[in-house]
Design a protein around this ligand. Structure first.
Ligand SMILES: *Cc1c(COP(=O)(O)O)cnc(C)c1O
Length: 357
């Protein structure tokens, strides 16, 4: 089989072990003689998967009592709207650290008053704003912890004077998180915890039910809390793959082990970017993401971009092209990206430097 060094931003690399187990489950699920996509979502075998998956989330992230983990459809993009509908009564505050954050803010503005407390749009979102003031009369403060397109990340769990809500689509399960500091955490699964098709929501139950507007049944978190994510048919295969991906994380030793692995992988690539005279990193050093590493050709080598892309492709690198809105290069180093792939990319950059300097 062809070996690809997969640096795609999402959908992206997933643990081979989890994929292989999913293949077995696609053929015969839990000894039922049926595929996991053929059994009833009301069967006891499926119910066990739902319960185990939520338990894995709670265990791995050390989620305190009083929180529920939901598995929904619609992607992180639908959460931009649901968050505002369920929590915005008077006013909401947003930190604009990229295009995803901006899209979240746009949906909130459609629901009520939403203010941007700070933005790094002035320099193409290459840093995380600091030293801003969060209005204390806002219902919540929304942040995007990892900015997938620009390669910046907030790895600190903020002490926030008002309820904190975070889009953690692209760095969930990459490090331990103090969930007690958040009212709600959400994200699409397709970057670190499974395939596309399922959206995770970790919500503090006591924070629900505080808005006066009518909430459509499917857009009301309470519906999904009350029905343990089975109000309607859940995305069964995506949840099944998520379950196997979480088991893989657990087997490796959990999030503190994963965090060390991620720090090491990102360190390897950033060190090479800083050493290699042909490349420069685009994100401010103190805000660099461990998940998405963004870089461009250095001054004097700008005309080599396409040549490097072709050179990397020939050596098995996939998905190192930067997002279409920013150009350059981006290597996504999610949990399942093996260290060997990062080493292969580093070797490729070194060889390219030797041949072109
Ligand atoms: C990918 C991504 C999204 C969009 O997720 P969908 O599931 O495709 O809607 C939102 N926020 C962040 C930070 C992302 O990386």
């Amino acid at each position: 089989m062809k070996i690809a060094h997969n640096f795609n931003a999402g959908p992206c690399v997933l643990p081979k072990e989890a994929i292989n187990e999913a293949i077995e489950g696609l053929k015969d699920f839990a000894g039922t003689g049926m595929s996991v996509i053929e059994v009833s979502h009301r069967s006891k075998e499926w119910d066990a998967v739902m319960q185990e998956t939520e338990a894995l989330w709670k265990e791995l992230l050390n989620i305190p009592d009083g929180y529920k983990v939901l598995f929904l459809g619609g992607g992180a993009s639908l959460q931009f709207l649901m968050v505002a509908m369920n929590f915005l009564e008077k006013k909401a505050a947003y930190l604009e650290t990229g295009v995803w954050a901006k899209k979240a803010l746009k949906e909130a503005k459609g629901i009520g008053e939403a203010v941007c407390v700070a933005s790094s749009a002035d320099t193409t979102y290459n840093y995380i704003p600091k030293g801003y003031v969060i209005p204390d009369d806002a219902d919540y403060f929304h942040i995007t912890t990892n900015n997938t397109i620009y390669g910046t990340e907030i790895r600190e769990d903020y002490n926030c004077p008002i309820p904190l809500i975070a889009d953690m689509s692209s760095d969930i399960m990459s490090r331990p998180v103090d969930v007690s500091k958040y009212t709600l955490i959400y994200g699409g699964a397709q970057k670190n915890v499974g395939p596309a098709g399922v959206t995770f929501v970790i919500v503090k139950e006591s924070a629900l039910g505080k808005v006066s507007r009518y909430l459509p049944t499917m857009l009301n978190y309470q519906t999904h809390v009350d029905n343990s994510s089975m109000f309607n048919t859940p995305p069964v295969f995506s949840i099944y793959m998520m379950n196997l991906t979480l088991k893989w994380i657990k087997k490796l030793g959990g999030l503190s082990v994963i965090e060390k692995m991620n720090a090491q992988k990102a360190g390897l690539l950033y060190d090479e970017i800083d050493r290699n005279s042909l490349f420069v990193g685009t994100a401010k050093k103190e805000d660099r993401s461990r998940m998405n590493v963004c870089f461009v050709m250095a001054e004097g080598y700008k005309d080599k971009e396409e040549a490097f892309m072709a050179f990397a492709k020939e050596r098995g690198m996939v998905g190192v092209k930067g997002h279409r809105s920013v150009g350059g290069f981006r290597a996504s180093l999610y949990n399942a990206c093996p260290k060997e792939s990062v080493e292969a990319l580093v070797a490729c950059m070194q060889e390219f430097e030797r041949l072109n300097k």
